[in-house]
Design a protein around this ligand. Sequence first.
Ligand code: COA
Length: 184
Amino acid sequence: MARPATTSESDVPIAVLPATQYSWQMRYDVAPSDREAVRTLVDRTGFFHGDEIDIAVELVDARLTNGVASGYEFVFADSPEALAGYACYGAIPCTAASFDLYWIAVDPHFQRQGLGRMLLEDVERQVAAKGGERIYIDTSGRDQYRRTRAFYERSGFCCEARLKDFYAPGDDRVIYVKNLVKTC
Ligand SMILES: CC(C)(COP(=O)(O)OP(=O)(O)OC[C@H]1O[C@@H](n2cnc3c(N)ncnc32)[C@H](O)[C@@H]1OP(=O)(O)O)[C@@H](O)C(=O)NCCC(=O)NCCS
């Protein structure tokens, strides 16, 4: 686990300091500067097309404009220098207790250090506190997303459905769910 950064570490450029020497500060409020921070982070993962990156920023915009009424809740993990990771989730309209995880991403510099799991567990705690019982996640069946699917499965999510060729020929939509009140 990372230890808290000292003042002198904060002065060191991000590329110089080993990633394990960073700590993350969790944050739930959304600031205008998060538009560009989210764009940069999501782009840096190399996983998303331009139109998908635009959607990630639109969710931030919706929250900035409409507040809680937007239906989008955020968990940000700040490193001293930049946004290290974030998740966006919300209640699914017209359901009793189902939530969607719309987005989760960790900057490549901070991946495989437990931050993705920390964000997911934070989302699970907050969903449970809001009376949510199930969290759904959509992802792609493409090979590029094999590690992402492994991440969800290692985090206790179960594959509930697979919609063949949903996104494009050869690109299935894979739907994961985690039941917070009983194991699936
Ligand atoms: C998926 C993602 C959020 C995971 O974040 P992360 O901080 O790297 O994950 P963690 O370090 O918390 O890993 C938690 C578990 O997931 C699994 N996992 C994570 N990355 C993995 C990888 N590259 N290969 C295999 N397993 C992996 C591991 O089993 C790990 O458990 P362990 O530490 O007990 O082995 C991050 O890799 C990411 O941003 N990927 C690109 C964007 C993306 O795919 N977002 C989701 C879109 S649907």
